[in-house]
Design a protein around this ligand. Structure first.
Ligand code: AMP
Ligand code: GLY
Length: 421
């Protein structure tokens, strides 16, 4: 079988490594992939947003099955376009990917179907938003409607920060059209949990839970990033809470999407907050999370390709998806300065002994050397029977890897360990 994976980060590297475990897979093309993925797949220099070129490549190379991993191509209709040419895909069609592509859509969906989430207002005019902020409860949360590279959310601790955020989104258009509508929502508190799920539009099967670490620096300080590390499972997410989430959030969301004529197939990501009033949805993503995937897939015992194809064919069952006991941790090694300005082009020393459990996010191959090429460079993982073992394994590997200006958080999993004790 010839597979194609759209995307080129650590998440795609983890997906590709897992897909390779299936003996029927003969070749995997990554579009565009990266210098680390090149060890595990054939990288082709086609951007993840270049839908026409992706489809042309898939047809010409007689691809049997495609996995569209990032949000942009999903929202742009990559799955629809590939399906039109008869190529089956993992991932939602554009009319379902909107659950991530528009915050206004997802908030209105939750309101309409009674799915617990933060109270909110939508604004299409800046003056209305600014007027509302004069009396809104503070802290408050401002969200750009559309995709914004994971940066479209501002937690405003003061009224001034809130109005600044609205102005920069709606007046200065720092996120372009994504900010032409904004959601202003209630500030929630509680531990956060990421739950990725497989769904064929009828059955929804949650994967092992995980915890992201979004801030750049230790103790959850510094700027928001794409994610500096993850652990799985998330100790806050008990079996009891999982039951509540299935009944009040997961199943109702799948049903709501069907009722809207927007059947969702693929990986639906639930970003949850366990508030004092119960679990609430912070965000939906229409795809695997990054770097959640890097800790979830190593614990997946079942064959990934089989499960993915079942979501496409509508034959998914709960028994098909098995996770092993134990824990997995991922520590992101980033370039100093990330998520702001940083330098690239430094050689990465990556010993063979640990390369197996390193997912490459931002590196390119030049003359057989792996050079840094992004803010987040590597996702270094460890697995173990327990979370402390997994964390030890991950940090030990980090110590064996080096590149100039590398930095990572030293406290990945610390909060989870506290919860366990
Ligand atoms: P997002 O970019 O949607 O993943 O949001 C980034 C982060 O903002 C989330 O992981 C939460 O920590 C935080 N956040 C989003 N919405 C809320 C909210 N209503 N209340 C408190 N924190 C929030
Ligand atoms: N780690 C959060 C995300 O993938 O959006």
């Amino acid at each position: 079988m010839k597979l194609l994976v759209v995307g080129g980060g650590g998440r795609e590297h983890a997906i590709i490594k897992k897909l390779r475990e299936n003996p029927e897979v003969t070749e995997i093309f990554a579009l565009p992939g990266n210098g680390g993925i090149a060890r595990d797949a054939t990288c082709v220099d086609i951007g993840a947003k270049d839908i026409d070129a992706i489809v042309k490549f898939a047809v010409e190379n007689k691809i049997d099955y495609a996995v569209v991993a990032p949000d942009d191509p999903l929202v742009l209709g990559c799955v629809d376009a590939l399906n039109e040419k008869g190529i089956p895909c993992f991932g939602p069609k554009a009319n379902a990917a909107i659950i991530e592509g528009s915050k206004v859509f997802s908030k209105d969906l939750m309101k309409k179907y009674g799915i617990p989430t933060a109270a909110y207002e939508v604004f299409t005019e800046m003056n209305g938003a600014l007027e509302y902020l004069k009396t809104a409860p503070i802290p408050t949360v401002i969200k750009a409607d559309g995709l914004a590279l994971g940066k479209g959310v501002v937690i405003a601790m003061t009224r001034e920060e809130a109005t600044d955020a609205v102005r920069s989104m709606m007046e200065d258009k720092i996120f372009g059209e994504s900010g032409s509508r904004v959601v202003i929502e209630e500030f929630l508190t509680g531990p956060e949990v990421s739950v990725l799920s497989f769904t064929d539009g009828k059955t929804v099967v949650p994967m092992v839970s995980s915890m992201d670490h979004k801030r750049a620096l230790d103790n959850d300080e510094g700027l928001n990033t794409g994610g500096m590390g993850t652990i799985a499972p998330n100790p806050y997410y008990t079996a009891e809470i999982a039951d509540v989430c299935m009944k009040t959030i997961f199943k109702p969301t799948i049903d709501a999407m069907n009722a809207e004529g927007r059947t969702f197939k693929g990986c639906l990501y639930f970003g949850l907050m366990l508030t004092p009033k119960g679990p609430k949805v912070i965000e939906y993503n229409c795809r695997f999370g990054d770097p959640e995937t890097q800790v979830v897939l190593p614990l997946l015992e079942s064959d990934l390709l089989t499960v993915m194809k079942a979501t496409t064919d509508g034959t998914l069952t709960e028994d098909m998806v098995k996770f092993r006991d134990g824990s997995c941790a991922c520590v992101v090694m980033a370039s100093a300065g990330y998520p702001q300005k940083y330098q690239t082009g430094y050689e990465i020393t990556l010993p063979e002994t640990v390369a197996d459990r390193v997912y490459v996010a931002g590196a390119k191959l030049v003359d057989d050397k792996l050079l840094t090429s992004g803010g987040r460079v590597l996702g270094v993982t460890g697995t173990g029977e327990t979370l402390p073992e997994a964390l030890n394994a991950a940090y030990q590997a980090v110590n064996e890897i080096s590149f100039e200006n590398a930095f990572c958080r030293k406290d990945i999993g610390a909060r989870a360990l506290k919860a366990l004790n």
